[in-house]
Design a protein around this ligand. Sequence first.
Ligand SMILES: NC(=O)c1ccc[n+]([C@@H]2O[C@H](COP(=O)([O-])OP(=O)(O)OC[C@H]3O[C@@H](n4cnc5c(N)ncnc54)[C@H](O)[C@@H]3O)[C@@H](O)[C@H]2O)c1
Length: 364
Amino acid sequence: MGDKIRIGICGTGGIAHSHMNNYVKFSDVEIVGACDIVPGKARAFLDRYDLTNVPAFESVYDMIKNVEMDGASVCTYNTTHAECTIALLEAGAHVLCEKPMSFTLQEAVEMVRASRRTGKFLTIGFQPRFDFMRQRVDSIIQSGALGKVYYVQSGGGRRRGIPGGTFIDSSKAGFGCLGDIGCYSIDECLHAIGYPKPLTVSAVATDYFGKNPKYWPEPDKFDVDDFSVAFVRLEGDVTFVFKQSWAMHADSLGDTLWLGTEGAIKIINGFDELRRPSRVMYFTDINGQHLDSYIEANVPFNAYTTVRPRDMWEGKMRSFVDAIKTNGPAPVPAEEILYNQAIIDGIYRSAKLKKEVEIEIPEI
Ligand SMILES: NC(=O)c1ccc[n+]([C@@H]2O[C@H](COP(=O)([O-])OP(=O)(O)OC[C@H]3O[C@@H](n4cnc5c(N)ncnc54)[C@H](O)[C@@H]3O)[C@@H](O)[C@H]2O)c1
């Protein structure tokens, strides 16, 4: 490895710009190539950053053949994450793959196997892991303050937020809202409690908004879910209730909640009467006295807050580059996100079959 970390970009659509806007700020990164299957797209992308001498390709295989990379960003749509990630790992690059990890669980398994086989790490692009408030919530739950957490519920959701583009085409995105923003909810709820292994899922998914011309201009092109709900059993007698929407007639699907034997944390999703955004509450009981408190979002850095507030996208991209320098570990390990993908896979299957399904995760 030279002075600079050599990075390639695979897929140069919308989100590749968020990667690039950070890479170009890092003095220890050199962009060595980009590829996109749409002819001319990778060239135009690089030119936009004045990288006119950096080669552009129309396939990941051509990029691999022609440039040496220490790391690569996979920013393609979901159904090509696995193919591109595996090719790049095999070529000797550490990989930051965008969320959701893949379309199918089997693809995710193959991605982890490729990472193990090649000794190159695979990290998944969940930037909320680097959000200051999220890290506060994680640290409180991980401290054991809630006792045994036995119930977790996701909340939030969008009232009107169907993204369009490749996100509503199942051949490119695989699934809709479930994979697009549902994967964040699963990660938020389960990373904090150590990602217990999922066992069974009973789910429903619908498309009432995407298929209605009153709410979406091209219902004929819409062939994914825009709402899903699931009851998930996790190892260790933990229940997880999942809800997610791209569109609905409500401001929120409710609070995000962790219930433990000694306390609870609730994220109140939405705005209060003063238009303040999501607030986080901690509940406990000391000697029979109920104690309810708000967790301050803007606590200045001090000896007890182990993390400083910083932009979560910068955190995501910086942690990837830093991990390349030390040959790992992955900031958001693919091995952990395998359980996220297994739940998505279970929800997808259960909703299609209209019955509860078992989750079986192949040996890595
Ligand atoms: N982390 C975030 O906040 C965030 C936000 C939006 C999207 N995403 C994720 O990023 C990914 C891409 O989303 P987007 O909005 O940029 O989509 P997009 O459709 O704008 O871009 C995807 C690009 O990948 C290219 N591509 C597809 N298959 C390829 C292949 N085999 N080789 C090379 N290029 C290929 C497409 O031609 C397209 O240009 C999705 O997985 C999405 O879920 C993450």
